[in-house]
Design a protein around this ligand. Structure first.
Ligand code: DO4
Ligand code: MG
Length: 278
């Protein structure tokens, strides 16, 4: 099932039918253990409404009081790219160590008001000249610490700032419009398949300037392990979103330009589309 957020409604799409109720509000609706079963129960008592299809044309960012956190260096490609970009600063070793360490890298990415949804504008920093999108599977973990759903995420990153010194990571990763999440919350009956593919296309006008794909099975760590570390000493009363890291990094010659359009597709979830703006 897929759960969408609009200005005034929470809409569930299940088996091709659309459901909504005035009683549903984002935080309390999604923040439940065994969410799939709970929502099935909710929709049993209401009638499907095909007119809700119009509301789906005006989607909001599927977030309310959730923070967005991120994991790093969870794929070999991310480790290699970051070792290369920070080798002059002597930072390369940090990335090799965190890739094989028991404790994962976790960092705060965005509050809800700084994030954008599908169709929103992602930004590149004015003080950076080397910027890339990071296409990532996002976990929704409810306040009890269990993984209940998935979204698509873009962890926009300034590679020159991050490469200059690993201590600059918060500036390379967190600024207005640095996080995109959407287009909906995907809530399957069982955990997402390891064969799930993440695909990215970047368009500059009518030219496709970058395309790549990776299976989530290439990730070094498990989703449960990341959730476990995140919840070890922190509580999230409305649940939390956790980006799981990128396995796709464009070649070093590539940087985003203003106007580029980024499409990130994850099997069974949908496509997150954002334009790069100022
Ligand atoms: O350590 C830097 C950030 C890594 C990251 O965002 C990723 O691997 O996706
Ligand atoms: Mg990332």
């Amino acid at each position: 099932m897929h759960i969408f957020k609009t200005n005034h409604k929470v809409i569930v799409k299940y088996a091709g039918l659309l459901y909504s109720s005035p009683d549903w509000s984002w935080d309390s609706f999604i923040n439940r253990e065994v969410l799939h079963r709970e929502v099935l129960n909710d929709i049993q008592s209401i009638t499907a409404d095909s007119l809700l299809a119009h509301d789906l044309e005006q989607l909001c960012t599927p977030i309310a009081n959730q923070e967005i956190w991120a994991s790093g260096v969870t794929y070999m490609r991310s480790k290699d790219a970051r070792m290369e970009e920070s080798k002059d600063a002597g930072g390369g070793d940090f990335y090799a160590r965190v890739y094989s360490a028991k404790r994962p890298e976790l960092f705060f990415k965005s509050s809800a008001y700084r994030a954008v949804g599908s169709g929103g504008t992602v930004r590149i920093r004015k003080d950076s000249e080397w910027n890339v999108p990071e296409p990532e599977l996002v976990l929704f973990i409810c306040s009890a610490g269990t993984i209940e759903g998935y979204m698509i995420g873009n962890d926009m990153s300034s590679r020159d700032i991050e490469g200059e010194n690993p201590l600059y990571l918060p500036q390379a990763k967190s600024y207005d419009g640095a996080a995109a999440v959407g287009p909906c919350l995907y809530v399957p009956a069982t955990p997402i398949s390891p064969d799930t593919e993440i695909q990215i296309e970047i368009w500059r006008g009518d030219v496709k300037v970058f395309v790549d794909a990776i299976l989530i099975s290439r990730m070094k760590r498990t989703h449960k392990e990341l959730a476990h570390y995140l919840f070890m000493e922190m509580s999230f009363p409305a649940g939390v979103y956790l980006m799981t890291g990128t396995g796709i990094v464009p070649p070093d010659s590539f940087t985003l330009n203003y106007g580029d359009v980024i499409h990130i597709t994850i099997s069974n979830i949908g496509t997150l589309t954002n334009q790069v703006g100022k």
